[in-house]
Ligand binder design. Structure first.
Ligand code: GLN
Length: 486
């Protein structure tokens, strides 16, 4: 197997056995990027020099005999909303096109402390707003399984780079499905951790009551490994929760015997692509064969999830994005008359149209007179949605659903109508509103050879159960062995 195709755990073994050096591994991945990225545009910035220097350090650590840190010498890519010191971080926006971060995000720092090699920054929708990556201000990223199709968004580059073996693994962010949707569309594993599980310090904010950072990996074991490294309390993010991080890899093989899996009737809807329904149904049946108990459940407020999410997310976005005014950092419009014009022109020129739409709508739902009718109402619905899940978890331990109603769609197909684009998030968004963990695991392919994802949703802070179930399923279905036709 080519070095670039290794999973994290395979690379770990080979590096420790000195069968491959960290420099060789990073070089193989850099060559792979060089050979393939003109078709995919996964990367916005490749950190070749820095990566090779980090790999040399890793080789010295590996040579000195002591147990190396868990990610020693492993190439990891970062979604371009996650800051790395001295590296350009655009968040997929023109307004940050030349922004070089003066510091590391906490997750970046943790990766570095674990010995990882930061191989580059990957493409995403502008400020993580989107479901297809087409809102990136730079070249939209493509799906490695069919480059006429989208990789899903907003962490499209994270998913495509992992699927195309342009990195061992990547981090993404998930505000309303942005890790799980691209993971499903690209045939990789993606996890949105519980709100509060992973620090967002140094992550460009979109909707702060929803944003979470999580792993995008080639298999479930890698997902557990990477979560173990990035999870945990951070005093610099007041929403990060101070509770111990379990060892997610230690109990991965526990199996699903006796596990109660809830199937929400509201998630198997009309209009769903039949192959998605069949593949997800087969995956659930397989978990039952492995000893899980299947329990029908109801999440009655599901139909309000998209509407309330988009009100809340846009409201928070309009507030978070107020900081891009051309004064402190990022793009600044030239030759303006006064301060008001500076703000206006900078923002008019720097933001793309979807971002502007959201700032306008977000400001609207927060304005006097509409605040109660939209924003407060959406918050009340959010509480009901969370309560639906907590009620369901009285009779089941995890919940299984599709990740998305369809497989990857064609570029341009949904651009004209933002509402149909928002509908791609129908199965993922409620999980963010409720603050729960959600895992996307490959569960088959459609007739065009496009990947399908199974979503497993857990109780707050019970990522373990999701990883165990995903792992058990994956042991019998090695969908990851199939590689995109690049
Ligand atoms: N598609 C959703 C949105 O555009 C989700 C984005 C995300 O999770 N970052 O808001």
């Amino acid at each position: 197997m080519s070095h670039y195709a290794l999973t994290i755990h395979q690379a770990q073994e080979k590096l420790r056995a000195r069968e491959v050096s960290a420099v060789e591994l990073s070089q193989a991945v850099l060559n792979r990027i060089q050979d393939t990225d003109q078709h995919l545009h996964s990367y916005l910035t490749v950190c070749a020099e820095e990566a090779l220097a980090q790999a040399e350090t890793a080789d010295r650590t590996l040579a000195n005999g002591a147990t190396p840190p868990p990610l020693c010498g492993i190439p990891i890519a970062l979604k371009d909303v996650i800051l790395a010191q001295g590296v350009r971080s655009t968040a997929g926006s023109k307004i940050l096109e030349h922004f070089v971060s003066p510091y590391d995000a906490t997750v970046t720092q943790r990766l570095k402390e674990a010995g990882a090699v930061i191989i580059g920054k990957v493409n995403c929708d502008e400020f993580a707003m989107g479901s297809s990556n087409e809102n990136s201000a730079f070249n939209p990223c493509r799906n490695p399984w069919d480059t006429d199709r989208v990789p899903g968004g907003s962490s499209g580059g994270s998913a495509s780079s992992v699927a195309a073996d342009q990195t061992c693994a990547a981090l993404g962010t998930d505000t309303g499905g942005s890790i799980r949707l691209p993971a499903a569309f690209c045939g990789i594993v993606g996890l949105k951790p519980t709100y509060g599980r992973v620090s967002r310090f140094g992550v460009v904010a979109y909707a702060s009551s929803l944003d979470q950072v999580g792993p995008c990996t080639k298999d479930v074991r890698d997902c557990a490994l990477l979560l173990e490294v990035i999870a945990g309390h951070d005093p610099r993010d007041s929403t990060s929760v101070n509770r111990p991080t379990p060892s997610y890899t230690a109990h991965l093989e526990r199996g699903v015997s006796g596990l109660r899996i809830g199937i929400p009737q509201e998630y198997f809807i009309e209009g769903m692509q039949p192959e998605v329904e069949t593949a997800v149904g087969d995956a659930i049946a397989h978990l039952q064969v492995l000893g899980a108990e299947i329990v029908p459940i109801s999440l009655p407020h599901t139909e309000y999830a998209i509407a309330s999410y988009y009100v809340i997310a846009m409201a928070e976005a309009s507030s978070n994005l107020a900081r891009y005014d051309g004064v402190r950092y990022g793009y600044r419009a030239a030759e303006v008359e006064d301060l008001g014009a500076l703000y206006q022109t900078t923002r008019a020129q720097g933001f793309g149209s979807e971002v502007k739409r959201r700032i306008a709508l977000g400001t609207y739902v927060l304005s006097a007179g509409y605040y109660d009718a939209y924003y407060v109402k959406a918050q009340k619905v959010r509480t009901l949605i969370r309560q639906d899940f907590l009620d369901a978890f009285k009779t089941c331990d995890i919940i299984a659903t599709p990740v998305a109603p369809t497989t990857a769609f064609r570029l341009g197909e949904k651009l004209a109508d933002p509402l149909t684009m928002y509908l791609s998030d129908i199965f993922t968004i409620a999980v963010n509103l409720a603050g729960l963990p959600g895992l996307s695991v490959p569960c088959g392919f459609d007739q065009h050879g496009l990947p399908i994802g199974l979503q497993l949703i857990g109780r707050p802070f019970d990522e373990e159960a999701l990883l165990q179930a995903g792992y058990a399923y994956e042991q019998d279905h090695d969908w990851g062995a199939r590689k995109p036709p690049l």
